[in-house]
Design a protein around this ligand. Structure first.
Ligand code: HEC
Length: 369
């Protein structure tokens, strides 16, 4: 296991060009001004564009429609189309000519625009997009459903025994597992299995110390170069936010982990060093199949089939990406109950206040004359 790097990354951080230009601008504009300038300007400008184009077209049409050439063209058109006007020999009005020319010009512009931009190059095969994963009934999918914490605990086992050999989980501290997957004592024991750098001693040497609850889960490689070197140039991404970072979330990761066929289908070609997986965009992924029946042993005795492990580790990664999930839904329910009650009370108060007004009767008694 490599040494803990999260703090090292922070210490190495230098503001790049983007950060420094933001800092320069901060003296000149407030954040609100920057937001308005960069976002709202173009939005407000949008309706102006068709208005301006429309103005130009109508000016052009007005000029053109008074030209003798156009008069001849449009009277030819109207003679061809309308027998009534031919018989009566009446001139097509200036407005009709303008309408015809404007319509033709607009159609022409639209066709020209469609010709230029109408056919963007798209990924046209399922292989280029990656096969769309099925939608699975995750236990935590419902509005009021929390994570299945027994599954999260098993999922952590799978991450630790399998995925942690290649993938980091840089944003997860040991302490966050307490009360979610393990007890405090269990997590302390887990953290102590790893060595971390201690503070420099009086001689300036950095000694190793066992992990603590406040440490972050250690990464398998000291840096990106080492990770790529060990994986034929491919970088195993950090899994902390992977569920949020991929279209399809849990469904995608589950399908990816369980979606390796024994052989690629006929006609599918995969570059050397890649493995065929239809769910991965392009179909060739640097990660080989990693889950096989019976690979880990669960302490609750659940049979560790491939799909069971994939489901558990995916749920665990969903928790890593959304640790606030259970609390969020609980709070949402409280908010709904409170606002719902307030709404009902406000309805009652409204009726109470309005009932004398709505039920009154206004009579007119004419004066006796
Ligand atoms: C032997 C090393 C190795 C192991 C073990 C491993 N992976 Fe990977 N994984 C990789 C590599 C390399 C990539 C990058 C693939 C690529 O970019 O082609 C990757 C990519 C991924 C991706 C991202 C796919 C995408 O859409 O970009 C996910 C999700 C993932 N792995 C999940 C897991 C999970 C979950 C486990 C444990 C069950 C696991 N991996 C175990 C090496 C590994």
């Amino acid at each position: 296991m490599g040494k803990h790097r999260a703090l090292g990354y922070l210490a190495d951080y230098r503001p790049g060009p983007a950060a420094s230009s933001v800092a320069e601008n901060q003296g000149k504009f407030t954040a609100t001004q920057v937001f308005l300038l960069t976002n709202l300007g173009p939005v407000y400008a949008l309706p102006i564009i068709p208005i301006r184009i429309g103005g130009c077209i109508s000016a052009m049409v007005n000029r053109l429609s008074s030209s003798p050439l156009l008069k001849r063209i449009s009277s030819t058109i109207s003679r061809g189309f309308s027998s009534a006007s031919k018989e009566s020999g009446s001139e097509v009005s200036r407005n009709t000519r303008a309408a015809i020319v404007a319509t033709v010009a607009t159609g022409g512009l639209a066709a020209w625009y469609a010709h230029l931009y109408g056919n963007p190059i798209k990924a046209v095969t399922i292989a280029e997009h990656g096969l769309h994963p099925a939608s699975y009934p995750w236990p935590h999918n419902g509005w009021l459903d929390t994570f299945d914490h027994a599954s999260l605990r098993r999922g952590f086992t799978v991450y630790k025994e399998v995925c942690a050999a290649c993938h980091s989980l840089n944003l997860v501290a040991w302490r966050t597992l307490v009360g979610v997957t393990h007890t405090a004592d269990e997590v302390r024991a887990l953290a102590e299995e790893y060595e971390y750098d201690s503070e420099p001693n009086d001689e300036g040497e950095i000694e190793k110390r066992p992990g603590k609850l406040s440490d972050y889960i250690p990464a398998p490689y000291p840096n990106e170069q080492a990770a790529r070197a060990a994986n034929q140039g491919a970088l195993p991404p950090d899994l902390s936010l992977i569920i949020k970072a991929r279209h399809g979330g849990c469904d995608y990761v589950f399908s990816l982990l369980t979606g390796y066929p024994d052989d690629p289908p006929a006609g599918a070609t995969v570059a050397t060093g890649l493995n065929y997986n239809p769910y991965f965009p392009g179909g060739g992924i640097a990660m080989a199949r990693v889950l096989f029946d019976g690979l880990v042993e669960y302490d609750d005795g659940t049979p560790a089939t491939t799909s069971q492990m994939a489901k558990d580790v995916t749920s665990f990664l969903n928790w890593a990406a959304e640790p606030e999930h259970d609390e969020r839904k609980k709070t949402g329910l409280k908010v709904l109950i409170v606002t719902g009650t307030l709404w009902a009370i406000s309805l009652w108060v409204k009726r109470f206040k309005w009932s004398p007004i709505k039920t009154r009767k206004i009579l007119y008694k004419p004066p006796k004359v």
